[in-house]
Design a protein around this ligand. Structure first.
Ligand code: 3PG
Length: 210
């Protein structure tokens, strides 16, 4: 991909998918990830305070490659761009969502699970997709099969990725990065276990470097 934000995701190889609520949680989460050596986060819109969390990190921690996840509507695209998200991730492929993100000049990773969805993404000019839910649609074998007819397409497999299997994905050439929630289990956030998040993050970064 020819984009500095996607280049940053490709360099870090890991995209923590995060459920946080509000500016304070967002800031603490970002600090915990940075301490673990991974200045990247995809903050989802699953809780009402997700947007404020994105805004806080974008404003106060500009070194963190902050993105928005679970973006499913055009209005949410506008909201997260206004809040400062530098990339947008969606569980599926919505033409309207992709076009709006492109109008804003913000990279968008639509979710795909089939060759038809891949073709729709390519038609829209997208060359990096989220394979979702990666483990359900066939895992690494699916990426090998999907990439044969679509050379040049890059995948960010997400869904069921963990410390136990991330190497199986990262070893594949079409895989730009992997995404997942295992580094930032919501239970660790609600318990305020920021050290636990840092520790899991550090472990994942070490695995990804192998
Ligand atoms: C997502 O929205 O990308 C998924 O919830 C992440 O999947 P995981 O929880 O299996 O890592």
């Amino acid at each position: 991909p020819d984009n500095p934000v996607l280049d940053a995701l490709a360099a870090h190889r890991l995209v923590p998918v995060v459920v946080v609520d509000g500016a304070d949680e967002g800031a603490r989460l970002a600090d915990a990830l940075v301490a673990g050596g991974l200045p990247v986060a995809e903050i989802t819109l699953r809780l009402a305070g997700g947007l404020d969390a994105i805004r806080a990190v974008a404003k106060n921690q500009p070194d963190v490659v902050i993105g928005a996840g679970t973006v499913t509507t055009v209005a949410q695209v506008d909201d997260v761009v206004e809040a400062g998200a530098r990339y947008i991730v969606s569980p599926g492929l919505s033409t309207a969502v992709v076009r709006r993100a492109q109008e804003h000049g913000v990279p968008v990773l639509p979710g795909v699970a089939t060759p038809s969805e891949i073709m729709a993404a390519l038609d829209l000019g997208v060359d990096v997709v989220k394979l979702f839910p990666a483990s359900v649609v066939g895992g690494p074998a699916a990426i090998k099969a999907f990439s044969a007819p679509f050379p040049g397409l890059r995948f960010v497999p997400t869904g069921g990725v963990s410390a136990a299997n991330l190497g199986d994905y990262l070893g594949l050439e079409p895989v730009l990065a992997v995404g997942g929630s295992w580094m930032v289990d919501r239970k660790l956030v609600t318990a305020g276990d920021w050290d636990g998040i840092t520790s899991r993050t550090r472990d994942a970064v070490a695995l990804a470097a192998q």
